[in-house]
Ligand binder design. Structure first.
Ligand code: ATP
Ligand code: MG
Length: 424
């Protein structure tokens, strides 16, 4: 590290300053509120886990594991990994806490995740996800609820009309296996055109090739066989129920037979909410069913379905399309209290504390009156409260209305009511 870089944040990370933090808090609170309507409580897992939690579950060929994890040995020589996503961590917690006793387990989460990626707009090394998981329901009703929840959250944020719900099914294990064979055959016939990464995927997990971003691969993918041709009756009925239910809920969707998730453990329904407004980083929310994951991690045979949204992408989409989330309130303009002389500082402090039970208040002290008024102006207040010698003696405060410069002497006992009237 060169000395000049020492005070910069690490590449791909950034400081979230109060204005942005307020927008994030609104977004997160609004989504958490919707989750509560669907019976999802919050879960908070540790930011790091034993490396196996992610490496075994995400699969050896996923980009996340091969290129993107932050893995390190701690001082006790344990291999740990900063979470690159939440699902494996939530499932680990589900197993550690023996939660299979009361199913379904429904939880949402929100927090930072870490991937060593090439930073770009909408692609960071520390980013944030908001997501939900439902464990213990094998029926399509859970897939539908999950999509309805995501749709509801995006509507609540005012973003639904700017995203498309893309939908696909990977089928059940049996359909996946026959489909896999068909894919291997197809891509084997076109080996020479495949990227080096996809040649490895071809050996280990050919479905993953469909998720490749390599342009040469993309050309081949366009003509690859379709999973639907290999569906079992069960897989077909399952997906049929999902699509017909979405129609009856009037949730619009587009079928995309090339949609697979980047991670190994998905089956049946996969979905993404995408936009064209964010360039290449167009997926704002992605999810699907992962029936094998809990068992793969050493738990009972418990099915699961979930999704994760990228908070930075939701914020970027908000900025690009609607500037401000509906219902978002910027921080309130504070009142400013000024003691006329230093002698009234204690009284001004007491008044400030009293008013802070009702309003945001800034206290400005020291220096002559014109200096104090200048400093007060930086807060852009509607009202400045002056506490001078007379005011202290009479139990009043001088209320200065900044818009017209008018001043009123108000009894302390009436002050809160007076200000409330002005502020509305
Ligand atoms: P992408 O195809 O964009 O790399 P992904 O398939 O790796 O996405 P998931 O693992 O499904 O992404 O993560 C869910 C969501 O988290 C993504 O849809 C996206 O909104 C967000 N996300 C993923 N990686 C990043 C990142 N590096 N920076 C910001 N947001 C991210
Ligand atoms: Mg990725």
């Amino acid at each position: 590290m060169s000395p000049n870089n020492k005070l910069q944040p690490v590449r791909g990370t950034h400081d979230i300053l109060p204005e942005e933090a307020a927008r994030r808090r609104y977004l997160e609170d609004a989504m958490a509120h919707v989750c509560a309507m669907y019976g999802y409580g919050e879960i908070r897992t540790p930011i790091f886990e034993f490396t196996d939690v992610f490496h075994r579950t995400l699969g050896d060929t996923s980009d996340v594991v091969t290129k993107e994890t932050y893995t390190f040995n701690d001082r006790g020589n344990e291999s740990l990994t900063l979470r690159p996503e939440f699902t494996a961590a939530v499932v680990r917690a589900f197993i550690s806490n023996a939660l299979q006793e009361k199913l379904p387990f429904k939880a949402f989460y929100c927090g930072p995740a870490f991937r060593y990626e090439r930073p770009q707009k909408g692609r960071l090394r520390q980013f944030h996800q908001f997501g939900a998981e439902c464990l213990g329901l094998a029926e399509p009703v859970a897939d539908i609820e999950m999509i309805a929840l995501a749709d509801h959250m995006l509507s609540k944020l005012g973003l639904r009309e700017y995203v498309t719900l893309e939908l696909n099914s990977l089928g059940d294990t049996q359909s996946r296996n026959t489909y896999r064979t068909a894919l291997v055959e197809y891509f084997n016939d076109h080996r020479t055109a495949l990227s080096a990464d996809s040649l490895v995927r071809l050996e280990k997990n050919p479905l993953r090739i469909l998720d490749s971003k390599d342009p040469a691969d993309r050309a081949l993918i366009a003509d690859a066989p379709d999973a639907k041709a290999y569906f079992t009756r069960y897989a077909e009925d399952f997906f049929g129920t999902v699509t017909s239910s979405l129609e009856s809920l009037e949730i619009p969707y587009t079928l995309n037979s090339r949609l697979v998730r980047g991670l190994d453990y998905y089956s049946h329904t996969v979905f993404e909410f995408t936009t064209n407004a964010l360039g290449a980083q167009g997926t704002v929310l992605a999810g699907g069913r992962y029936d094998g994951l809990v068992a793969m991690m050493g738990g009972a045979d418990v099915p699961g379905v979930g999704f994760a949204a990228g908070i930075e992408r939701l914020l970027a989409l908000t900025e690009a399309m609607i500037q401000e989330s509906p219902g978002f309130k910027p921080a309130a303009v504070p009142l400013v209290v000024i003691p006329v002389d230093d002698a009234q500082e204690t009284e001004a402090l007491r008044l400030t504390q009293e008013l802070r039970r009702h309003f945001p208040v800034e206290l400005v002290t020291r220096g002559n009156m014109s200096k104090k008024m200048k400093r007060a102006a930086r807060h852009n207040p509607n009202v400045v409260l002056l506490v001078g010698e007379n005011e202290v003696q009479n139990g009043t405060v001088t209320v200065k209305h900044m818009q017209d410069g008018s001043q009123h002497n108000i009894a302390r006992s009436e002050l809160a009511a007076h200000i409330a009237a002005v502020k509305n």
